[in-house]
Design a protein around this ligand. Structure first.
Ligand code: AMP
Length: 223
């Protein structure tokens, strides 16, 4: 099995990013680094960062670029990421963060590619309002595909709930932030010839298979 990769995964909220990132991290044996999951853990643990992040997250606003980038820089400095690689999920989210990521990676750990999971807005809205998430491991369910045992996670037994920012108002704010702040990243990475756009509106297994083909191609080119 191929191990090691350095990837950024982009996509609107509800495009299936979380699901694909978990699968890719297993496939390549690299950590799945989700800034949203890290922040939600900080909120639950009531750390200083969590207390600062909570209200912005609940309303769907973005946190300051430098704060997020410091958190990511610390995580990327850990040994698993420096030796094997990483799947970055939810970061970068602005052009300024993408520039900060360049500085963090410092030319020594170049990205293999940036995967853009493309799904129309009409589809993500329905996915997000019906989405339910495990508070402990972040596994994703929906009201149409709930866990087997009540609302407890099939993987870790954690409580499966609706995220506080999966409400219609917060979803609208988050999607607006995506259009305004994150869409420019598509051009940013296209200009660097790093972008791989994948149709996210197909079965999850097919999305994964297409992504792996694209990533393998990029890895071969860089080796
Ligand atoms: P996510 O789980 O990726 O949708 O992130 C949930 C929330 O965490 C976002 O709506 C933001 O409030 C915050 N957040 C996560 N990642 C970032 C980021 N890279 N920059 C700014 N805010 C972020």
């Amino acid at each position: 099995m191929p191990t090691g990769v350095r990837l950024v995964v982009l996509g609107r909220q509800g495009a299936g990013k979380g699901t694909q990132c978990v699968r890719l991290s297993h496939r390549y044996a690299v950590p799945h680094i989700s800034t949203g999951d890290m922040l939600r853990a900080a909120v639950r643990a009531r750390t200083e960062l969590g207390l600062e992040a909570e209200s912005l997250m609940t309303t769907g606003e973005l946190l300051p670029d430098d704060l997020i980038s410091r958190m990511v820089a610390e995580r990327l400095a850990e040994r698993d990421a420096t030796t094997r690689g990483f799947i970055l999920d939810g970061y970068p989210r602005t052009v300024s963060q993408a520039e900060m990521l360049d500085t963090i990676l410092d030319g020594e750990l170049p990205l293999h590619c940036v995967v853009n999971l493309e799904v129309p807005t009409s589809l993500v809205l329905e996915r997000l309002v019906s989405r339910r998430t495990c508070v402990d491991c972040g596994a994703i369910y929906s009201i149409h595909e709930p866990p087997i045992q009540g609302w407890n996670c099939d993987t870790c037994g954690g409580e499966v709930v609706q995220r506080p920012d999966d409400t219609t108002e917060a979803i609208t704010t988050r999607l607006q932030a995506y259009e305004r702040e994150t869409l420019p990243l598509i051009q940013f990475y296209e200009a660097r010839a790093l972008l791989e756009t994948i149709d996210g509106d197909q079965p999850a297994d097919d999305v994964l298979a297409e992504t792996v083909i694209a990533v393998e191609h990029r890895k071969k080119e860089m080796s």
